[in-house]
Each structure stands twice: as C-alpha cells, then as structure tokens.
Design a protein around this ligand. Structure first.
Ligand SMILES: NC(=O)C1=CN([C@@H]2O[C@H](COP(=O)(O)OP(=O)(O)OC[C@H]3O[C@@H](n4cnc5c(N)ncnc54)[C@H](OP(=O)(O)O)[C@@H]3O)[C@@H](O)[C@H]2O)C=CC1
Ligand SMILES: O=C1O[C@H](COP(=O)(O)O)[C@@H](O)[C@H](O)[C@H]1O
Length: 514
C-alpha cells in the first residue's frame, strides 16, 4: 500500500475536505493516516453526546476520517442509540447536518452491549473488530476511547488485556483516556502503572481537550512569535494572573461521574493547570511533543498552592437560582445527587511558581458551574507604572492582556487612553482581535485531537509526569476540604460564593467581573 493509498479519503465522506479549517501550529504535520477502527466505551454518556459524536460527524463532513473508518460503540443499553446520536449531532456539531453524510457514518457504526465487568462483552467486541477487518481488508488498527468515569478506567483496560485486544498481531493499538486521570496523586500513579502494564507508554493518549482549542495553542504563538511580550513576561512587570473557567450549565444527568469528583478534579487538575503551564513555561527548543512537554513539566513541578488555604482558596456548591432566565434547582436537587452531597461545583485557589521568572506572582484560578455567564479566559495583569509625572501616576491603569478562550475567542489588551478635552484624564480602553473575524472557522478541539490520535501525534496530549505534578499541586487542597466541613452554597446564576472574593481583597485586587 502506498502513502497516497492510505491518505485517500474514506468512501463514506468526501465532498467537503476543504472545509476542515485551521492549520497545524504545533504537532507533527504530514503524518500518514491509516485505515482504523474507533471503539468508544461510554457512547451513551454526556461527553460522547455533546463532543465526541459531533466531532466525528464534523470529521466525516470535512473528509478527515481515516480510510475504511469504522466506529464501534460499547454500551450497557443501546436502545434508540442511533436516534439519540443523530439528535446530538444536529444539536452540537460544528458543520451543517447533511443526511447523506450522517447515513454514511451511521452505516459504519457497530454496537456491543454489555457492562465493563462482563468479559463476554469484550469477547464480542473482539469478534466485531476482527469481522470488520476481514470485511474491509484492514490490518487491525484500533483506537480505544475511554469516555467513562475515572473509576472505570482500570477495569476497561484490564478487560482489554484479558481478551488480548491490547496486543496487536498486526497493526497498532492506541488508547485514549479522559481526564481526570485518577482521584489524587496516589491513585493516578496506580492507574498509570495499570495502564502501562496493558499498553506501551507511546500508545497512551491522555486527552485534555483544552489543548486542542485553537485559542489555547495561540498562547504560545502570542508569547513566542511576537517580540514585544516576552521581555515583559516576568515578575518585574506582571502583577498577577487570573485564570477563569465559568460555566452556566449545571451537572444534571452526570451524577454517575460528577458526584464525589467535583470542580477541582474535573477541570482545575487538568485543563486549568495546563493553561497555567502554557502561560508560564519557557520557550521550547522546538514545537514538538518532547520539547513542549519538557517545559510544561518544569513549570508544573515548580507550582504549589499558596496558603494559608482558609484565605487563599474557596469552594462552593450551587443552590437553586436562575440559568439563562429560567429557575433551576440546586446541585442536591439534581437527579442522582444525595441531599448530603459535599461535591463542590465552584473552586478557587492561588498558585505560586517557584522560579526566578515567577517568584511572587500569584496565579488565581477559579471555576464554577451555574455561574452568571460562560467565559473561559486568562487575564495577565501588568504592574502599573512606577514612575512618571504625578498627573499620570494618579490616573494610570493596569494593563491587562486577556486571552479569551471562549466564547468570542480572541485576544484583548487593556490600555489607558487620554479622554478628549483638557487635563490628563485617563480612561481604560481595549484593543482587540477576534479569531473568528480574522481566520476561517477552526476545527473543534475534539476534532483536532481525535485526528491527532489517528495520525499518532501526541504533541497536544499531556504526559504522565504532567498529570502527576498537577495532582501534587491540588492534593493538599482536596485534603483540606475533606477535613473542613461543606462547600458554601451560592445561588445559581451568581458569580459564586463570597468566600472567593475574600481571596483577593487582602491584596487589594478583585476578580474580573463575570
Ligand atoms: N461531559 C463533558 O463535557 C466532559 C467529560 N469529560 C470526561 O469524560 C468522561 C466521561 O464523562 P461523562 O460522559 O460526562 O460521564 P457520563 O456519566 O455521562 O457517562 C459515562 C458513560 O460510561 C458508561 N458506563 C459507566 N459505567 C459503566 C459500566 N460499568 N459498564 C458500561 N458502561 C458504563 C455510562 O453508561 P450508562 O449510560 O449505561 O450509564 C456512560 O455511557 C469523564 O472522565 C469526564 O471527566 C471530559 C471533557 C468534557
Ligand atoms: O472537561 C470538562 O469540560 C467541560 C467544558 O468544556 P468546554 O470545552 O465547553 O469548556 C465541562 O463542562 C465538564 O464538566 C468537564 O468534565
């Protein structure tokens, strides 16, 4: 088979390959995409419905799936699944719904019903995969996607090993593991060992979909492709950094995963500490997997919670309130969450980085569900000018560089400008760039990352050390919370609990408004 044969598009897709959008900023372009089958464990879950199946549809629409692609769904109950998946594509896909593309894709879907503790179901899975290979003349390249609660990762991997699906006689095996990887540092290490007994490290893709977002990759572009920011990117010029991930959605329908996990494990241990690493890391010697991982690891290993935790952290749980103009129940009113649940849906903390560049600069991180608006952003606040005429000093503003990850992805720089008229009256104004008005529509994060798995490019996937250093950062906070009562209740639709504001007030700083 020649390279051009394997790069040929799958027969189920075709016309829209020019609509893929985006370009490769980091990662290894030009890798060959071979025929492959994708198995999704947890195909009935929230992630699959909102992100994975829509992303696979988008890839089909854009002609980006591997040749001879097959999709296999593993589910306890697959009743009406094709109808449910169709609805999820109509609701969540980036590209328009095209019945021909959809029918082509769904014709490639096979289903295996069973529970993860049922070895017979894994034997049926193996038979389905072998049959697909025979029918299409494929050599057995399989991606196993674990879109399941973290507590099920080890079981699924062990069952795959038991049935021999981890050991290729021909072709390759890759496993994609969702975050959070473990429950704390020690369980993450144990899980890492289980996984590495079953699959070689080079076949393990720990997915963090924030790294697949174009705006997140743009952090490195802005810092290192421009000359003007790097000289200022240190504790002499930066006062503090705020990383916010605010959501308006609650956790309805996700009790099986979310209860007992909570906001810090769900998104801070992974997405938000990865953002911190990208903001703080040194320039990599190359934009490839090893070089970027090496720099992120240095930062994560130097990061630690600043204390005392009673003053530098906060946690909350949403109570009843409003979302998008409608009344909503609190967390303990959602199906599957016990009344006594102490799971936090809001978390805020302060991280310091013990390097010469960052000593003394606090990184404030917060996230919450059912907040006033949806916004993920990184705001780098520069120190105000320390010299200048008295007139300018008294009216000077702090410059803020904001990476708007979503929605309205873009970059804005807040500066002070003189108001027209007499005197030196300074007003904050904003210079901005909207990605969507400058560039074509980019692929969604999961499209990009699923493609990277098929191509065998791990550049945008965190390494085991990154995951473990991130647990090391937040473990003391998880322990502190376990020892200290319940989260503060905040009304749905608010900016979170008042205890979060207190983290900044002592230093005369404030959170950016939501
Ligand atoms: N939801 C999101 O937006 C995101 C989620 N993630 C990650 O994805 C993973 C899954 O999350 P999410 O989809 O929200 O969780 P859900 O609880 O919605 O889905 C879990 C899935 O696993 C299946 N499952 C659980 N136990 C078993 C079992 N014993 N046998 C067979 N199937 C089982 C469930 O099947 P059943 O339907 O039968 O219960 C369901 O399909 C988590 O690690 C999460 O962190 C990552 C990014 C975003
Ligand atoms: O990983 C997760 O991310 C989603 C939010 O993803 P986004 O791309 O829409 O920002 C979050 O809702 C979910 O709780 C979490 O598991």
């Amino acid at each position: 088979m020649t390279v051009s044969d394997v790069q040929e598009m799958s027969p189920l897709v075709g016309a829209n390959s020019s609509r893929a959008g985006g370009s490769v900023l980091v990662g290894e372009a030009g890798r060959v995409v071979e025929p492959a089958s994708l198995v999704i464990f947890g195909i009935t879950g929230d992630l699959s419905r909102k992100k994975l199946i829509p992303a696979i549809y988008d890839l089909a629409y854009c002609g980006q799936l591997p040749p001879d692609f097959d999709l296999v769904g593993f589910a306890r109950d697959a009743t009406n699944i094709k109808i449910r998946l169709r609805e999820s594509v109509i609701e969540h896909a980036r590209t328009p719904f095209d019945p021909v593309i959809w029918e082509g894709l769904i014709a490639r879907l096979s289903l295996v019903e069973g529970s993860f503790d049922d070895l017979d179901a894994f034997a049926r899975l193996a038979a389905v995969l072998v049959d697909l290979d025979h029918r299409r003349g494929k050599v057995g390249n399989y991606v196993f996607y674990l879109s399941v609660p973290p507590s099920a990762f080890a079981t699924v991997c062990n069952q795959l090993a038991e049935i021999g699906l981890n050991r290729p006689q021909r072709g390759w095996r890759r496993v994609v593991v969702e975050k959070p990887f473990g429950h704390d540092l020690s369980s993450s290490r144990e899980l890492g060992q289980v996984l590495e007994q079953v699959f070689p490290p080079s076949s393990i893709y720990r997915i963090d979909h924030y790294l697949g977002k174009e705006t997140v990759q743009n952090i490195l572009a802005l810092r290192f492709a421009n000359g003007m920011f790097e000289p200022l990117w240190n504790n002499r010029h930066i006062d503090h950094v705020q990383i916010t991930m605010a959501e308006t959605v609650g956790v309805a329908g996700r009790a099986g995963y979310y209860d007992g996990v909570g906001a810090a494990r769900d998104v801070i241990q992974n997405h938000l500490l990865q953002l911190l690493a990208l903001v703080a890391m040194e320039e990599p010697v190359a934009f490839d997997a090893d070089s970027i991982a090496a720099e992120k690891i240095k930062i994560l290993s130097a990061a630690e919670l600043l204390g005392p935790l009673a003053q530098t952290s906060a946690r909350g749980q949403y109570g009843p309130g409003m979302a998008n103009g409608h009344p909503v129940v609190g967390l303990t009113g959602e199906a599957g969450f016990p009344l006594e649940s102490t799971t936090e849906t809001f978390a805020a903390l302060t991280v310091g980085i013990g390097t010469r560049r960052w000593a003394g600069v606090p990184f404030y991180i917060r996230t919450g569900k059912r907040l006033a608006r949806k916004a993920t952003e990184i705001a780098v606040t520069f120190a105000p000018p320390s010299h200048g005429s008295a007139a300018v000093r008294t009216t000077a503003v702090s410059n803020v560089l904001v990476f708007r990850v979503q929605p309205d992805d873009g970059i804005e720089l807040h500066i002070g400008a003189k108001r027209p008229g007499g005197g030196m009256d300074i007003q904050p104004v904003s210079l901005g760039m909207d990605f969507r008005s400058v560039f074509d529509q980019a692929p969604e994060a999961y499209e990009r990352l699923i493609c990277d798995v098929f191509r065998g490019d791990a550049t945008l996937f965190p390494r085991r050390e990154e995951v473990e250093y991130s647990w090391r950062v937040i473990d003391p906070l998880l322990q502190y919370w376990a020892d200290n009562g319940r989260p503060d209740v905040y009304p749905a639709g608010s900016a979170g609990p008042a205890s979060a504001d207190r983290i900044l007030t002592e230093s005369q700083r404030t959170w950016r408004s939501l």
